[in-house]
Design a protein around this ligand. Structure first.
Ligand code: HEM
Length: 367
């Protein structure tokens, strides 16, 4: 993948891909041109309204995003740390006596689901639904009817008894003097669930893959925990959960040219679609020195795994917090974990998310 991206960056950095009927961008600079200019490169799907802010342009995008921006600010998210820590600690503690766990099923998958259901204000008994929806999403079979019914119940309960959570915040919110419709509410909640779960699961799993390949970096982290934040950024750069934007613009937004425009010396015509290759941009030699090196001290590290510009990932502070807390606890509780390679690792069945289906770990030490 990396060798192929490198060849593409050099030979065909802006290339028309017949398979997806759109342009694929490989260079960091070209991708930023697109992500920085929402007027020329629209996120809105052709001929339809998006259910999610990911697929909206200003002014609607700005108004809706502003409703939840305070709830997702780095400051607000930092206040969640004790609760997030408690959730992660309990999950790891459950696995300790056995001396082994399957990282994806036992931790990386349920952990973000517990956190986000709490944050949104969905009751604990709805967690299995959220998990099922996230799994269904991976195979492209999200049961919209079931989602609608479960969410409608939760919305009704919140209407009767408002709480301090995101669902209550959205129920009370007004845009242009009007409350959100139930359709808009559902879209918002689903966006947060969908955009936040699988991606965070894969980031946690990809952290294991990175440290399995670079055990010296894990040792470095064991000796110096102040490197946690920069380590998380390097994992994001080297193994981003999202490879880029695939063929489905409604999940992680591609863009459509609103006018004829030149990108990287190629003419893109009005109405044509554009896909971003995140993994290529993150290894662009023009932006990163020695890009092939996994360096947990790398700074600055301006990877684009969370996107860039007005659609920059709303949940980035939450994803970062969860990953830092998880790694910190692993350093405390299972510092000598090993990934078993007895069975070859398999990529999850999802064209745009990058990560392993299963990650069997063994460990001997505990606290
Ligand atoms: C947007 C990646 C976690 C919510 C985005 C975008 C990317 C991304 C690349 C930009 C899409 C575009 O430009 O069209 C990731 C990754 C994550 C992660 C790699 C984890 C490692 C989360 C979490 C949440 C979240 C935890 C919320 C709970 C969102 C939302 C948007 C978004 C709401 C849309 C923002 C907008 O359109 O203004 N994410 N995300 N993400 N992300 Fe994340």
């Amino acid at each position: 993948m990396r060798t192929w991206s490198k060849t593409m960056r050099q030979d065909q950095p802006v290339c028309y891909d017949e398979q997806v009927s759109g342009w694929r961008l490989f260079r960091y600079e070209d991708i930023l041109q697109v992500q920085n200019d929402y007027k020329t490169f629209s996120s809105e799907p052709v001929g339809g309204e998006s259910l999610s802010i990911i697929g909206m342009d200003p002014p609607r995008h700005s108004k809706l995003r502003a409703l939840v921006t305070p709830a997702f600010s780095a400051r607000t998210i930092a206040q969640l740390a004790p609760r997030v820590q408690q959730i992660a600690q309990e999950m790891l503690a459950n696995a300790l006596p056995a001396g082994k766990m399957e990282m994806v099923a036992d931790f990386a998958s349920p952990f973000p689901i517990f956190v986000i259901t709490d944050l949104l204000g969905l009751p604990a008994e709805k967690r299995p639904y959220v998990k099922a929806w996230t799994d269904a999403l991976a195979t492209g079979s999200l049961p919209f009817e079931e989602v609608g019914i479960t969410m409608a119940q939760a919305i009704e309960e919140h209407r009767q008894k408002p709480r301090e959570d995101i669902l209550s915040l959205l129920l009370n919110a007004e845009v242009d003097g009007q409350h959100l419709t139930e359709y808009e509410l559902l879209g918002f909640i689903l966006t947060l669930l969908i955009a936040g779960n699988l991606t965070t699961t894969q980031l946690l799993g990809n952290a294991i893959l990175c440290f399995d390949e670079h055990p010296e970096a894990w040792d470095q982290l064991r000796q110096d925990r102040s490197l946690l934040a920069s380590a998380v950024e390097e994992i994001l750069r080297c193994l981003p959960p999202n490879r880029g934007t695939g063929g489905d613009r409604t999940i992680i937004g591609g863009r459509i040219a609103t006018t004829d425009v030149e990108v990287g010396g190629k003419l893109i015509r009005r109405g044509e679609e554009i896909y971003v290759t995140t993994i290529s941009a993150n290894f662009d030699e023009q932006q990163f020195s020695d890009p092939e090196r996994f360096d947990i001290r790398r700074t600055p590290n301006r990877h684009i795994s969370f996107g860039h510009g007005i659609h920059f990932c709303l949940g980035a502070p939450l994803a970062r917090l969860q990953t830092k807390i998880a790694l910190d606890l692993m350093l405390d509780m299972i510092p000598d974990w090993r990934l078993s390679h007895d069975v070859p690792l398999k990529q999850i069945e999802n064209p745009i998310v990058f990560g392993a289906q299963k990650l069997p770990l063994t460990f001997s030490s505990s606290r």
